[in-house]
Design a binder for this molecule. Sequence first.
Ligand code: ATR
Length: 269
Amino acid sequence: MRRFCVFGNPISHSRSPDIHALFAKQYGHEISYKKQLVSLHGFARTIATEFNQGLAGANVTVPFKQQAWQQATKLTEEARVSGAVNTLIPLPAGGLLGANTDGAGLLRDIRRQGIDIAGRRVLILGAGGATRGVLKNILDANPETVWIANRTAIKAQQLGDGHANVRAVTTWQTVSGVDIVINATSASLSGKLPDVPTTVLGGAQFVYDMVYGPGRTSFLAHTAAVSEAQLSDGLGMLVGQAAESYRLWWQCELPQIVPVIEHLRHSMD
Ligand code: ATR
C-alpha cells in the first residue's frame, strides 16, 4: 500500500482523495490518500516528518504552494517558472522533486473540449498564483497573443515581462478579437465578477473559469447572459492536474479523466 497526502489550509473541501481513489481503481493500485490540515507555520516540519515516514507523494494546495517550491530540492521547468509546486515526489537518492501540474491539467481540459490555443488570441483575467501556474503551458501552446488583465495592473505587467506575445491590459481599447477567455482570478469564489467588458466576452468563442462548484460560477452565469461562447468551469482542470500528479508518482500512463469528471459532477448535483 503506497501512502499519499494533500496538504493545505483549509483542506476539508478537497476532492483529491476521491479523485485519486478513482484513478487507483482504474489501475488496481492499492493506495491510501488522505487530506491533512497543516498549521500556517507548520508546513516544512510536516512535510519532512511525513516523507521520513515513507509518504510516497504529496499534493500541496493553498496557501503552501510557494513554500513547497522552496522545500523541493529539484524542480520541473513548469514549477521553476511558476514559483509554485503542487506535487512533491521523493527522489531515490533523497530530496524532493517539485512539480506544478496545474498548467498541464488546464491545457488538457481545454483541448478535451475541442479548443486549440495555437494561433488564437487569449485573455487571462488575474495575475496571481493561478495565472503564474499556467502561463508557461499556455505559451507553449503557441497562442498568437496573450493579454493579462488584473485589478492590480502592475502584477499583470510583471508576468508579461520577457514574453514577446504577452501584453498587460492597461486599457480595454487595446484588446480586440479575443477568442478565448480564462478567468484565473479568485473572484468567483466570493461570487464577484472580475472587470471585463461584455463586448470582449460577447466576441469570445470559449470562456473558461478555473473555479468550479455545483451550478454555474458567477462568472460563467454572467458570461452566458452576454455571450454565445462555449463555457467551462475548472472541474476538468482539477481532475487533469491530479491525473498528471498520479502519472508522476506511479510512472504509468495518464489515468482516464472523463469518467472521474463525470463522477464528481454527479456527486455535486
Ligand atoms: P494567489 O496568488 O494565491 O492565486 P492572489 O494573489 O490573491 O492569490 O490572486 C488572486 C487573483 O484574483 C489576483 O489576480 C487578484 O487580483 P489582485 O492582484 O488585484 O489582488 C484577483 N482577484 C481576487 N478577487 C478579485 C475581485 N473581486 N475582482 C477582481 N479580481 C480579483
